[in-house]
Unconditional design. Structure first.
Ligand code: AMP
Length: 358
């Protein structure tokens, strides 16, 4: 007798949780691999393997429990994926992980396929950084660690008044990238899902507002002009084709004051700015992630409402009572018991009457 399809997900956070919930609806059972006990995803999954990402015995056991494997965050070691790939299919391919884990690889790849980014360089010393600033004819920039940066972590802004040596030492010798400061009008993102027959659909663009570098609010439609919206969709489709994506990826972009799009970051996965799709679309980003990696056809993401998505960060999750009474408000909590500053505890999607279908 045929058994139920089993999907393994590396990572136990809220993205894994929402993917597992979407999988359950399709009759697919999920096994989570995470170093964390009682992770948000394992609370709703069929099974969990708790072990570190380099525990080959545990990885082997995990691979034996599933038919196909994916991941829900980008800091999974590439070696873990390479090891698992010998045992079961893993999507998206580790090439996408390599590109999105390393800002130099990411920007080089984007630029090589003609997706514009802010001007950037990878200086080895403060002197080299100053030389680049001089060449660029500017006196400020943003330094970011090449690896393991997210939500503004591993970032510092340099202006002419900063002591560059002091700024440099705060990064403890981590390799750095420097970027020109973008004078942006707003920040947007687009999400693509591409299946094993190379069919793809796009969510967005979404308008994103950050507080303390963490996404606070997403609005759809984004309210940007139609040509830029179309261009953002064209760019992410090109990216998905060029990397031969199976699964979901997200592209974050700046809309500059002079009306250009500059790519900021690739996330090799579902994204916080697409959470609204659970409540406002026939097929959410999470369901499409599950569909694509499991060999099912990607589903049309048609949106039936306009939306505002509010993240519940830290103790905002303790003040949600009014949302339960608000018509059109959909409350999502991630099952995290400990409230910490800056921690994503849940989100609320507010459905509004639709004004335009994009
Ligand atoms: P990141 O970790 O690269 O996504 O950056 C986090 C946030 O910092 C972005 O969402 C922007 O708000 C801001 N930021 C990052 N890079 C730049 C840049 N080159 N110019 C202006 N703002 C930036």
């Amino acid at each position: 007798m045929e058994h139920t399809l089993r999907l393994g997900i590396l990572g136990g956070g809220q993205l894994g949780r929402m993917s597992a919930l979407a999988a359950a609806r399709l009759g697919i059972s999920v096994v989570i691999f995470t170093p964390e006990d009682h992770s948000p995803a394992s609370l709703v999954a069929a099974d969990t393997v708790v072990a570190t990402y380099d525990d080959e015995g545990a990885l082997q056991r995990f691979a034996g429990m599933v038919d196909v494997i994916s991941y829900e965050f980008e800091n999974i070691p590439v070696e873990t994926v390479a090891f698992l790939k010998k045992l079961k299919p893993v999507y998206p391919d580790e090439r996408l992980l390599e590109v999105s884990q390393d800002r130099v690889a990411e920007k080089s790849f984007l630029n090589a396929i003609d997706i514009p980014t802010a001007r950037w360089a990878a200086p080895k010393t403060p002197e080299e950084a100053l030389k680049h600033l001089e060449e660029w004819g500017v006196d400020s920039c943003i330094f970011k660690t090449v690896r393991f940066g997210y939500d503004g972590k591993g970032q510092a802004r340099y202006t002419g008044n900063t002591n560059i040596e002091t700024l440099w030492t705060q990064f403890n010798s981590s390799p750095l990238i420097m970027e020109e400061v973008v004078d942006f009008d707003c920040e947007i993102s687009v999400i693509v899902a591409r299946d094993q027959n190379k069919n793809m659909v796009v969510y967005g663009p979404m308008l994103n507002e950050h507080k303390n570098h963490i996404l606070a609010r997403t609005v759809v439609p984004a309210g940007i002009n139609a040509a830029l919206a179309e261009e953002s969709i064209k760019l992410i489709k090109k990216l998905a084709d060029q990397i031969d994506l199976t699964g979901v990826l997200t592209l974050e972009l700046f809309v500059t004051k002079d009306g250009r799009l500059l790519a900021n970051e690739i996330a090799p996965r579902t994204h916080n700015s697409g959470h609204w799709s659970i409540d406002a679309c026939a097929v959410s980003q999470f369901e499409n992630h599950v569909r694509c990696v499991c060999g099912l056809p990607v589903g049309a993401p048609e949106r039936h409402s306009d939306v505002e998505m509010l993240n519940l960060i830290g103790d905002e999750a303790l003040k949600i009572a009014p949302y339960y009474d608000e018509p059109g408000a959909c409350v999502h909590l991630y099952g995290k018991t400990e409230v910490r500053e800056g921690r994503k505890m849940g989100h609320v999607t507010r459905l509004r009457e639709q004004t335009q279908p994009l």
